[in-house]
Design a protein around this ligand. Structure first.
Ligand code: PMP
Length: 290
């Protein structure tokens, strides 16, 4: 790893350390973003930062630097690492404190920005599609830890990921308390059914994915019928198509869910069309690094 932004300075990756009393480390108390650049542009950086500041506000976390300063921190980290196509992890933790839960002794947030090569799903996954499994771990409910907050506490999703992997699937489908589909462990879900593109509404308990929003926008522009609507596993099993979206994966088709073949069992035409338009967008939309 190259240069990491660490509270106002750039240090080499192996010197980037977090104090043991940082509440991000002790309690998962903080927020983060996973961001990606394409050909020298940081895709939808302002949207990612908006979500970061909203997550922080929701958990009473004062980030301590302005939106525009943070925008520059991310771009400068890309520049320092000379990485036109890379993955960025921006982390804001509650900062150093004592061993108690209360953040009252955490006087200053800690900010880290890491840029590294992106690790992608293998290309054959895009051609063949993905198998998913529903897991018993339910999504955090919106009245406990709202999944719209991109917090450092990802244990809920990690447990779901382990469960899916142990059952032989790459990704999990997570339900909410009421049994409606929410999303994966690090991606949003869409189904295409009866010529309508559907994704769960935010109140179901999902992250407002930047990729999700971009896909919704593209679909509307293409004249597709789009609905943010609750749906069940049955709706997924009988859908014509299903796909997941996220910064790293972009858009990847689901061809099998809980042993049921979805649609024709191969990535669908709607998914392919949306992915092509999404990839075109990544080349023109974003904050210019160099
Ligand atoms: N849901 C969860 C739980 C996630 O962690 C992510 C990844 N940030 C997503 C959805 C997809 O969001 P985005 O498109 O902004 O990467």
């Amino acid at each position: 790893m190259g240069k990491v932004y660490c509270n106002g300075e750039f240090v080499s990756g192996d010197q980037a350390m977090v104090p043991v009393t940082d509440h991000g480390f002790l309690y998962g108390d903080g927020v983060f973003e996973g961001i990606r650049s394409y050909k020298g542009r940081v895709f939808k950086l302002r949207e990612h930062l908006k979500r970061l500041y909203q997550s922080a506000k929701s958990i009473h976390l004062d980030i301590g630097v302005s939106f525009e300063e943070m925008h520059e921190i991310v771009l400068e980290t890309y520049r320092k690492n000379n990485m036109p196509d890379g993955y960025c992890r921006l982390v804001v933790s509650r900062g150093k404190g004592d061993l108690g839960l209360s953040p009252s002794n955490c006087l200053e947030s800690s900010i880290f920005c890491i840029v590294d090569a992106i690790s992608l799903f293998p290309e054959n996954m895009y051609q063949q599609g993905l198998e998913v499994k529903t897991v018993s771990t339910r999504k955090n409910s919106v009245d406990s830890l709202n999944p719209r907050i991109k917090s450092l506490n990802y244990l809920n999703n990690i447990l779901a990921k382990i469960e899916a992997n142990q059952a032989g699937a790459m990704e999990a489908i997570m339900l909410n308390r009421e049994g409606y589909i929410t999303e994966g462990t690090a991606d949003n879900i869409f189904i295409y059914s009866g010529r309508i593109l559907k994704t769960p509404p935010l109140f179901a308990g999902v992250l407002e994915g930047i990729t999700r929003n971009a896909i919704l926008e593209i679909a509307v522009k293409l004249g597709m019928k789009v609905k943010e609507e609750l749906f069940t596993l049955h709706d997924l099993y009988v859908a014509d198509e299903c796909f997941l979206t996220g910064t790293a994966a972009e858009l990847i088709s689901v061809v099998k869910a809980d042993g049921r073949r979805i649609g024709n069992g191969v990535p669908g035409e709607v998914a392919k069309e949306l992915l092509a338009h999404f990839r075109a967008l990544t080349e023109s939309d974003g904050s210019v690094i160099f």
